[in-house]
Design a protein around this ligand. Structure first.
Ligand code: 13P
Length: 255
């Protein structure tokens, strides 16, 4: 049985003061939900707010994640944040988000390097994959997503792979209000993503790894995703910035 994981990716939103306000507005409800053991809940604020958010949820069953990191432990990499800096206060790190691939030149190779570095520093990676609109319309979803999974998991052992979370985020659904259908996302996750993992490892491993859906997931539509057999929670952008909505999403995951 895979425990669903709901993560809020705040992207570049909320000042430190606003982050404090948002976390205070939802932490008690989220902690109660997470305490059931039926959902894992992760908050991924911008780097500057991570220490504050970690402090606010200290002692609660709520996890904290970063939205990116460098693969080196330290060094002359101006503006970057390393896994050793994050693992003091984070449990998770999002890697290879499509916005990083699109605007910050992240490649399948850098994603793989980062996944390995995260694992080496005891951070759990949430690896994002997904096709863009042109690829989707050209019927290339399977080829594109499968290649991204193969690249992200390259040279990663079966044991390590089991601890990685994959987020299927079709780019055309991110921030557009046009979510995928539950059945459509389930089919890409079940056939393509688990299919690629089964090719690389084995069927048992493919069935163990948790795969979330992301892309315009909200309080109204998440039930459709959570009802799908191959979808294990959601990576939520916009709706994770509204306390009531994020609480509802986590509540829906527990039902
Ligand atoms: P939205 O939920 O705002 O579409 O963002 C999805 C996403 O990119 C989460 O990582």
């Amino acid at each position: 049985m895979r425990t669903p994981i709901v993560a809020g990716n705040w992207k570049m939103h909320k000042t430190i003061a606003e982050a404090r306000e948002l976390v205070n507005a939802m932490k008690n409800d989220l902690a109660q939900l997470a305490a059931t053991g039926k959902v894992e809940i992760v908050l991924c604020p911008p780097f500057v707010s991570i220490p504050q958010v970690a402090e606010l949820v200290k002692g609660m069953p709520i996890k904290v994640g970063a939205q990116n990191m460098h693969w080196e432990a330290k060094g002359a990499f101006t503006g970057e944040v390393s896994p050793t800096m994050l693992n003091e206060i984070c449990d998770y790190v999002i890697i290879g988000h499509s916005e990083r691939r699109q605007y910050f030149a992240e490649t399948d190779e850098s994603v793989n390097q980062k996944v390995k570095a995260a694992l080496a520093h005891h951070l759990k990676p949430i690896v994002c994959v997904g096709e863009n609109l042109t690829q989707n319309e050209a019927g290339q979803t399977q080829v594109v997503v499968s290649a991204q999974v193969h690249a992200a998991f390259k040279n990663i052992s079966r044991d390590d792979a089991r601890g990685i979370v994959v987020a299927y985020e079709p780019i055309w659904a991110i921030g557009t209000g046009k979510a995928a259908s539950g059945a459509g996302a389930n089919s890409v996750i079940g056939l393509t993503i688990r299919g690629a993992l089964a090719e690389m490892y084995d069927e048992g491993t493919a069935q163990t790894i948790r795969v979330q859906y992301g892309g315009s997931a909200n309080a109204k539509n998440v039930a459709e995703f959570f009802a799908q057999p191959d979808i294990d929670g959601a990576l939520v952008g916009g709706a994770s910035l509204v306390a009531a909505d994020f609480i509802t999403i986590c509540k829906t995951a527990v039902k």
